[in-house]
Design a protein around this ligand. Sequence first.
Ligand code: LMR
Length: 333
Amino acid sequence: MLNRRSFARLAGAAALAMSVAMPAFAEPVVIKFSHVVAPDTPKGKGAEKFKELAEQYTNGAVKVEVYPNSQLYKDKEEMEALQLGAVQMLAPSLAKFGPLGVQQFELFDLPFLMSGYDDLRKITDGDIGKDLFALLEDKGIKGLAYWDNAFKIMSANSPLHTPDDFLGLKMRIQSSKILEAQMQALGAVPQVMAFSEVYQALQTGVVDGTENPPSNMYTQKMHEVQKHATMSNHGYLGYAVIVNKTFWDGLDPAVREQLDKAMAEATVYANSIAKDENDTALAAMKAAGKTEFHELTAEERAEWATALQPVQDQMSGRIGADLLTQVNAALGN
Ligand code: LMR
């Protein structure tokens, strides 16, 4: 005998099966979702949530395979793999779109541009966020969502209180010209490096320091090889979830509708856990006791701001003066 609840469940499954009809014995459509961070991070958990919902909503017509920790591809290779269709979905950091020729995404790297997540939403949830995604279409890529990680901290083996402390330090950065200008403005020597290589580079002294949100620093064990970290929150690190456009456009519309729904819900989830995940990672690093964490005094913060202030003007040509004006208007600057 079916009780009310199991009847409702069966009826729901039947309705779904009708909306996403899967011929008997048909092979599921496979979405390979490759990323470079640990599973236990906001992005890693967001990817797993998307997998769970996508498979559930399509009644098994779609199978999502998540490959974390640069298992399949490193930063630069994963973009190429997406364009070639070797993987279908990625969530690269917004700082990694320059090599693709869509350097406008680097606006998110401008130091001290946004004072928090509210500011960020004014960009990602508005016209600017949509316009940035439109720029990807020419590259054979479609943007689906913006996912948060957090605001970044700076780390090194020496304390970083004022810009003078950066003088001559080799600092690993993501592949963004804005981040390059930021490190140079602080007096450091920027070095672009794939995320998967950072821990070893810090451990062996190939670089002296880096910047990342706490969740990345902790899950890559960078705190074990960095004696100092400064809670500067000087810039944002987040992601664009992107897909191969030919693949996405070629999906059965009923399937795509369910995947859009799964992505919308996974986005709400990923963005709702990002802050807590980072707070937990920071607490764990403090408890591990290997890194000394510094807060900036008001005077020190003002020194950072003064040193970094020219970056926006210097990089206006790269982002586009009009886009920069639009960004500042959206932020009320
Ligand atoms: C980095 O390279 O530092 C980050 O983009 C890694 C990531 O995906 O969070």
